[in-house]
Design a protein around this ligand. Structure first.
Ligand code: K7E
Ligand code: CUA
Ligand code: CA
Length: 651
């Protein structure tokens, strides 16, 4: 649309982004070369499928351009999809609407959030975890992946899970409220990266919903990590973990050779897969890249659990979690093996399952390929009917430079993000299989589109379910550079929405994201069911009646019970003594949807909200005498400014 114009519709100069893309590609390669990757990339370069690939897509191609307004969501109209997105080292989970790209919510999880009061209220601190002195154990986190619970192979709108790569924790979000309700710290792991719920019970196939969540660990660490072996990384190893979807308890772990990056699960519940980039067990970058091939490891879940039942497990340090041995050495016989290591080209990244459940695709990263592994053949290997795990590979098309993650449209096409090429490449899985079988006339790559710039994850609407609908694809780009107004050194990131309904991909628009999202899922709006007004009875500490407004003293502990109802707090004044430990519990009696109140105390660092019919509490020390206003921080009423109470701390 803007191809031959120097200004866009508003008269703003348009930058020649194709050149920019090439520039970035060069710098990215130079940077990697500087890190010792020159060899690998030189190989990539010579293997570049340019000769066989169709001409590069020009984003501005007039014939395919998105018409102005084609995907607009007009004021008052609702989006047709939700995106549930990770937020990276911001530690939260975010919700956007599609196709508008509008931000709908930020759900604090591993981070502090004074708007909500996350990490401030007693209820949220209990979920986040505290030290013996009552302060938070961790206040940071790094979310990379968000996945939803499944029933019958598609989202059931019950739970979301996300990982904390930084402190080895898994969090659950209940989707009726879109709030975090549980966080579990996983023992003896570091670099907890990939996460994926199962979709069916591996033993009882009548249980056709999520019961377990699998967690990979990217970094090797001493086992246990109590000061032993700190100077001998050759003794370190990594554990694959299963967490119970309901109780959020850690069920079991598997010791592996190598490491675990991303995770995917089969629809029959029997297999979990994880890609490994460090089969070398290296602890220096050069060592992690020394082997020509790494692996995609498959876990036979039923056998792992049978081995634990049979008592073939051990424990590590203080952890009571049973651990079984999934290393090569302990799993030589396929018929009893817990793990199957399928070799793939060196240092792969994401692993994703096709919506028909037939293929796991490992993206090459350092190799310009994607590796297609047939689910059925992995089962065959475990049955002793396939000699070499590598024989489970049914295709390995060359698709471009720096493949990271793959999404699917449910029509047999895969879409892989190419970090170095700054593109999304569309390729056909069956064509790739035919080519691998020797048919030289087929070309698996069917389309490419430039994205801006350096994409990490790409994901499609309902793409990780049996209901993949092939409508939208999002490219989460790591560099935005010239796509938005500059705002100082830190750029916002670009999420680019792409129409994948036709043969050719079409860029719909850029939306911004505060750094830095990794993976996300796109869920049809009608699937998601939330509740806008809570039930007061769900809060055990609710101050249920206006008559219950009171201050109780037990020694130097003071308990304040109060209500809020626009535009009043139940107590106009709260009196305590200097040095008291004060617990204030507030119940919002307003029943009207969207009528949230805030609760802030001047100079006391207290700030949280109470949604309709909810109850929250805070505990703190009255460590300075004086009079301090409590005020409502959340706009609720014409008399919102007058909604106040006095907190009196007597000398
Ligand atoms: Cu590729 Cu952590 Cu899913 Cu980032 S990971 S992009
Ligand atoms: Cu209550 Cu503002
Ligand atoms: Ca490697």
């Amino acid at each position: 649309m803007m191809d031959h114009k120097e200004t866009d519709i508003s008269g703003t100069p348009v930058l020649p982004d194709q050149g920019r893309r090439n520039f970035l590609e060069t710098t990215a390669k130079a940077t990697l070369a500087g890190a010792g990757l020159a060899m690998g990339l030189a190989a990539c370069k010579s293997d570049k499928p340019a000769a066989t690939a169709p001409a590069k897509a020009a984003e501005g191609d007039g014939a395919r351009a998105v018409a102005p307004g084609e995907f607009d969501v007009h004021p008052g109209k609702l989006d047709s999809y939700y995106i549930f997105s990770s937020a990276g080292h911001n530690g939260e989970v975010r919700i956007y609407g599609l196709p508008s790209g509008r931000t709908l919510k930020r759900i604090p999880v591993f981070n502090l959030d004074p708007m909500v009061g996350w990490g401030i209220t007693n209820e949220s601190k209990k979920i986040m975890g505290t030290k013996p002195d009552g302060t938070l154990k961790y206040t940071t986190g790094d979310t990379h992946h968000v996945h939803g619970s499944y029933t019958d192979g598609t989202y059931d709108s019950k739970y979301l899970w996300t990982n904390d790569k930084l402190n080895g924790r898994i969090a659950r979000i209940r989707m009726d409220r879109m709030e975090c309700d549980a966080i579990t710290e996983i023992p003896n792991v570091q670099g907890f990266h990939g996460i994926f719920p199962d979709k069916r019970d591996p033993v009882d196939s009548n249980i056709n919903h999520t019961t377990r969540v699998f967690c990979g660990a990217e970094f090797h660490s001493p086992q246990p990590n109590d000061g032993r072996d700190v100077n001998d990384p050759t003794k370190w190893f990594a554990l694959f973990t299963c967490v119970d979807a309901e109780s959020m308890d850690v069920r079991w772990q598997v010791k592996v050779d190598g490491n675990m990056d991303l995770v995917a699960t089969s629809y029959d519940g029997k297999l979990a897969a994880t890609n490994q980039y460090n089969t070398e067990n290296g602890y220096l970058l050069a060592d992690m890249m020394s082997a020509e091939r790494d692996a995609c490891v498959f876990f036979n879940i039923e056998r792992v659990e049978a081995a634990i039942k049979a008592g073939k497990s051990f424990t590590i340090g203080d952890s009571k979690v049973p651990v079984v041995d999934g290393t090569h050495a302990a799993n030589q016989d396929p018929k009893t093996a817990l793990t199957c290591y399928v070799p793939v080209p060196k240092n792969p990244h994401g692993v994703n399952l096709s919506p028909d459940g037939k293929y796991f695709v490992c993206s090459g990263k350092l190799s310009p390929t994607a590796t297609v592994i047939a689910t059925e053949l992995v089962h065959k290997w475990f049955a002793g009917e396939l000699k070499d795990p590598r024989d489970a590979v049914v295709a390995e098309p060359e698709i471009g430079l720096g493949p990271l993650h793959t999404a699917f449209d449910g029509r047999g096409n895969a879409y892989t993000s190419l970090f170095l090429d700054s593109q999304i490449v569309k390729w056909n899985v069956e064509k790739a299989i035919a080519q691998y079988k020797g048919d030289k006339s087929v070309q698996p790559v069917v389309d490419r589109i430039d994205v801006h710039y350096q994409p990490g994850h790409t994901y499609a609407s309902m793409g990780e379910t049996k209901e993949a609908d092939g409508k939208f694809l999002n490219a989460g780009n790591k560099f935005s550079k010239d796509r938005f107004l500059p705002v100082g050194p830190l750029h916002v990131e670009t999420e680019q929405l792409i129409d994948i309904t036709g043969d050719k991909m079409r860029l719909i628009h850029d939306h911004t994201a505060y750094p830095e999202p990794h993976d996300a899922i796109i869920v049809r709006a009608d699937v998601v069911k939330t509740k806008q007004v809570s039930d007061m009875n769900d809060f055990p500490n609710a101050v249920k009646s206006m008559d219950d407004n009171r201050v109780e003293r037990h020694g130097n502990k003071v308990f304040v019970y109060m209500t809020s109802q626009a535009p009043n707090y139940g107590l106009a004044e709260i009196k305590v003594k200097h040095g008291d430990e004060v617990t204030i519990t507030v119940t919002n009696h307003d029943k009207v949807e969207d009528l949230t109140h805030g609760f802030g105390i001047e100079k006391y660092n207290v700030n949280f909200i109470i949604n309709p019919q909810e109850t929250h509490s805070v505990t703190f020390k009255a460590d300075k005498p004086g009079a301090f206003w409590i005020y409502c921080t959340h706009f609720c009423h014409a008399l919102h400014l007058e909604m106040r109470s006095r907190f009196i701390v007597e000398k």
